[in-house]
Design a protein around this ligand. Structure first.
Ligand code: NAI
Length: 457
């Protein structure tokens, strides 16, 4: 029998596509070599959020006195935090498995390899058996970039250097932690381990943290993280990791080579699509610098072969993957849909949280888009003031000059991660300043700063 759809990879793109397609009545096979739920559920988004929430609770407990709550001996017990993280992951993974089962998806937990095409469809080998599918979704995700840093392979093999996987399960809190890369993973893990008691230094190649973040937001985040005793070496490119009882990182800064010794080193310098060793060549799917290019319906260069999630290298975020997966399934079902990337929110779950959607001043300028920007402190919100002592959160809204359409919203401060979807909706639906002014926001909430910003244009 040939399946209507075979899905290779059981992360957010793969499991959601499988679930949705089966729910719509298609026969679906899902093949996953490691964990159902992929990196997001098992070694990324979810476990890191569990750790960061414990760090947030600790911080609140430590600063409780300012709010009339005295907790004299607040302490983080790392092993208990890890145990809770495991429990959270287990619960969510079993939830995904249950949904797949309920919808009638055939799941094989083994490595899958593509092996050409027959008259009936594409061939996928798993557990020594050949499976055939009329359509195929490649959702094999991404892996950490491991650059040509001298000594990196040895440091990883000996347990001194960690990737996103190991850093989430360290049995003990290292006294000192060096984080290579001040991007999303680096900053989130620096936040957790600093709260847990490590002396953390982030070594970042660029002069700023957070990659494509709005520059004012990135500066504010840097200031806040420094206040939490996280040290930063910016404009510092790591070249070597040496192990000699400790892990010594060598980096180039201002033309000089400097060194930094630490107990552990986290390597978080980005991820790359995973497309090797899955037999893509056997079915003629083209790759471009390791990623699988797709059109706005998730189609690759081969008929009936789709790709979604990190593997297409467009926007390596779980929520993008979900939407891409839905677009693919809708296309298979003959429903009109297409993928749009203009209003995809992104969040960094540090304390304070950062959340953004749409254009930054820099990206707008690059596109030749003329924008007006308004920056308002979150202290405009009654709830923010009630809940934050000397909080420095703010919102920055960008509006296209000629149309007065909202094109970007950037937040740093409490609830940013939960507020941003509303802002994404405004950007996605091209709301103008006047449209947002007419909306009623719940009071008192921090989200009101967005509405308030509308009256500054
Ligand atoms: P990233 O791309 O966010 O940041 C990597 C950083 O490493 C960059 O700032 C880069 O300049 C720096 N770098 C590169 N080479 C270097 C060198 N030799 N020395 C010093 N610095 C160097 O990558 P990251 O943090 O590894 O995250 C990977 C992916 O995971 C991202 O695509 C992100 O979207 C996703 N992710 C998303 C999260 C979220 O949405 N909250 C959380 C965690 C990960």
């Amino acid at each position: 029998m040939a399946y209507d759809l075979m899905v290779l990879g059981g992360g957010p793109a793969g499991y959601l596509a499988a679930e949705r397609a089966a729910h719509a009545g298609l026969s679906v096979l899902l093949v996953e070599k490691r964990f159902i739920g992929g990196v997001c559920l098992n070694e990324g988004c979810i476990p890191s959020k569990a750790l960061l929430y414990s760090a947030k609770m600790l911080e609140q407990a430590r600063h409780g006195a300012a709010f009339g709550v005295k907790i004299p001996e607040a302490a983080l017990v790392h092993v208990d935090v890890l145990a809770r993280k495991e429990k959270v992951v287990k619960m969510l993974v079993s939830g995904v498995k249950a949904k797949l089962k309920k919808n009638g998806v055939t799941v094989i937990e083994a490595e899958g390899m593509l092996k050409g095409r027959t008259a009936e469809g594409y061939v996928l080998v798993a557990n020594g058996t050949e499976h055939i599918g009329r359509n195929l979704l490649i959702a094999t995700g991404s892996v950490p970039i491991l650059p040509p840093i001298t000594g990196l392979a040895e440091s990883i093999a000996s347990g001194y250097a960690l990737t996103n996987r190991e850093v989430l399960s360290l049995k003990e809190v290292p006294a000192t932690l060096t984080v290579i890369g001040g991007g999303v993973i680096g900053l989130e893990m620096a936040s957790y381990y600093a709260a847990a008691g490590s002396k953390v230094t982030v070594v970042e190649m660029l002069e700023r943290i957070g990659g494509p973040l709005d520059a004012q937001i990135a500066d504010a985040l840097l200031t806040q993280l420094k206040k939490k005793a996280i040290a930063f070496e910016l404009g510092a490119k790591v070249t070597t990791i040496g192990i000699n009882g400790t892990a010594t990182v060598a980096y180039e800064k201002n033309g000089k080579t400097e060194t930094l010794a630490g107990d552990k080193v986290l390597v978080s310098i980005g991820r790359r699509p995973f497309t090797s060793d899955i037999g893509l060549e056997s079915i003629g799917v083209e790759t471009e610098r390791g990623r699988i290019p797709t059109d706005d319906q998730g189609r690759t260069n081969r008929p009936g072969v789709y790709a979604a999630g990190d593997v297409n290298g467009v926007s390596m975020l779980a929520h993008t993957a979900y939407r891409e997966a839905e677009v693919v399934v809708n296309h298979l079902l003959g429903k009109r849909d297409r993928m749009r990337y203009d209003a995809i929110p992104s969040v960094i779950y540090t304390q304070p949280e950062v959340a953004c959607v749409g254009e930054t001043s820099e990206s707008a300028a690059k596109k030749g888009m003329e924008v007006d920007a308004v920056k308002l402190p979150m202290t405009y919100s009654g709830r923010y003031v009630a809940e934050n002592e000397r909080g420095e959160g703010f919102v920055k809204v960008l509006v296209e000059k000629h149309s007065r359409r909202m094109v970007g919203v950037h937040l740093i401060g409490s609830y940013a991660s939960e507020i941003i979807y509303g802002a994404a909706l405004m950007v996605e639906t091209e709301m103008r300043v006047e449209d947002v002014r007419e909306l009623v926001f719940p009071h008192p909430t921090v989200s009101e700063v967005i509405r308030e910003a509308m009256f500054e244009f």
